[in-house]
Design a protein around this ligand. Structure first.
Ligand SMILES: [Zn+2]
Length: 484
């Protein structure tokens, strides 16, 4: 029954209509689990692959992992033959914006019709939203959680709601809140947590006294702060204030390798609007001092800092991603993606020296045991195709010097723990059944992630043909939107 039920539910999201009802056939035989037989398990914590095993999934969890041939344990299971295949934990994107600002001319891209089917089809099963309109993102989180509770495929979503920001020179977006005073900051933190956000996201240009109020209040309320590294404060100062989780590869991280981090940061931001293509990359490379940064990174590791570098935001758009963008992005967004691609291509040599510098930074962070995690900040305006952009991020991390097992850990167990989802990111007995079935070993070749043999979301199996149907449904949905 589960299989038939899931198929009609998936059909509903794939054609982007009639989301109201998922029906099940009364005549289908009742199965009490899903058996994936003779499958090799990818352990991203140990960095190893097992001998063939039988994996039984019941009620959204991995009920057992046992020797091949054990079978369903006496019950009646739906069978997926995993012979020759690999089962790994689902991937996480720790930096998405599902309900954030959009330009007035662009149509609303409903996450349930566009983001979810694409992300699922690439095995990206966990998402951490770092800045969206609070009411919308919490409603989406609740809707997806309800589907998951009912045993239907949907991403696991964690959300910060609106981020707290200083006054930004480019204006205030509807996914940010700007505290006016430390007292107001404390009140906003309490209000956001009372509304049900999972943590507090801090954005740019926050004054020191307001930043202190935000971090203190979040900790006092039993929560914590994630997001941008505050301008004019180094990672150690921020970590001491209670923020251990930094997104992007912020200039402050490198500026504070030198003797006067504040002056270096100010110089960096001084040219932000006028520098043109390559400015960011050139100035970042100028800030980097390998020996000095090594010492800072070691201290940051000691302080428990982790970094989600979102390398895909700055990297040149790959051919594979651009081809996918043409297929999956609505027309107006594709024009912006092309503009973003041109801007990044124009950075030319600066991008190349940046790439070399990034490799050095990532190697330095990894050598110092600073935890590195996967997030993309991928939005359609910058050619971010949901799911696929996370695969790009994995490739960029490996090109920068992480091993494939390190990158896979970052995207699975490391990310799940960071997102406060402790029963996710593992393919082991008792863990949540959010898994990816692959035709090859991802520790040997990340390209096998592009077209999974199957995905299990909230315990629900989705086979390859259904995954491809989800992609086609998202493409049709994109084409059906008004041109803007
Ligand atoms: Zn972001």
């Amino acid at each position: 029954m589960r299989g038939l039920k899931s198929l009609s539910c998936l059909f509903a999201i794939s054609v982007a209509i009639g989301l109201g009802g998922c029906t099940s056939s009364p005549d289908a035989p009742v199965k009490d689990g899903l058996l994936i037989s003779s499958v090799r398990i990818v352990d991203t914590v140990a960095g190893s692959v097992s001998e063939p095993r039988d994996v039984v999934i019941r009620d959204g969890r991995i009920a057992s992992v046992s020797d091949a041939g054990t079978g369903c344990g006496g019950g009646r299971c739906e069978l997926v033959d995993g012979t020759g295949q690999y089962l790994m934990p689902g991937l996480w994107d720790l930096h998405v914006h599902l309900e954030s600002y959009k330009a007035p001319e662009d149509p609303e891209l409903e996450p349930a019709n566009w983001y979810a089917p694409l992300a699922l089809s690439y095995g990206v099963l966990g998402l951490r939203d770092l800045g969206s309109r609070t009411d919308e993102i919490l409603a989406l989180r609740a809707a997806w959680a309800a589907k998951r509770d009912a045993g239907e495929a949907a991403p696991l979503l964690k959300a910060a709601g609106q981020s707290l920001s200083g006054k930004q020179p480019w204006g205030t977006f509807d996914h940010t809140l700007v505290p006016e005073s430390p007292e107001n900051a404390r009140e906003l933190v309490r209000t956001q947590l009372a509304r049900g956000v999972d943590f507090i996201k801090v954005h740019d240009f926050i004054a020191p006294d307001i930043y202190a109020a935000i971090t203190q209040e979040a900790l006092a309320q039993g929560s914590h702060v994630v997001g941008h590294l505050r301008p004019y404060a180094g990672p150690l100062e921020s970590a001491a204030a209670g923020q251990k989780d930094f997104d992007h590869l912020p200039p402050e991280l490198l500026a504070y390798c030198g003797p006067d981090g504040q002056a270096a940061t100010e110089a960096f931001y001084g040219g932000w609007y006028t520098g043109g293509p390559g400015y960011y990359e050139r100035e970042m490379a100028a800030l980097y001092d390998h020996a000095a940064c090594g010492k800072l990174f070691a201290a940051a590791a000691e302080a428990g800092v982790s970094v989600t570098p979102t390398l895909s935001v700055r990297a040149p758009v790959r051919a594979r991603t651009f081809e996918a963008a043409k297929r999956y992005l609505p027309e107006g967004y594709l024009a912006k993606c092309e503009e973003s691609k041109r801007f990044r291509d124009a950075a030319g040599d600066d991008i190349e020296s940046y790439r070399v510098m990034i490799a050095s930074v990532v190697a330095g962070l990894a050598a110092a045991h600073v935890e590195i995690l996967t997030g993309t900040d991928g939005v359609p305006e910058s050619c971010g195709v949901p799911g696929l952009i996370l695969l790009d991020e994995l490739d960029y991390l490996v090109e920068a010097g992480l091993t494939r097992p390190q990158a896979l850990y970052a995207a699975t167990r490391g990310a799940a723990l960071k997102a406060d989802a402790p029963d996710h990111g593992l393919a082991a007995s008792g863990a949540a059944a959010d898994l990816v079935l692959l035709t090859g070993n991802p520790m040997a070749d990340l390209a096998v992630l592009e077209t999974p043999a199957g995905v299990i979301s909230a315990g629900q199996f989705i086979g390859r043909d259904e995954l491809l149907a989800l992609r086609e449904g998202a493409a049709q949905y994109a084409r059906s939107l008004p041109k803007g």
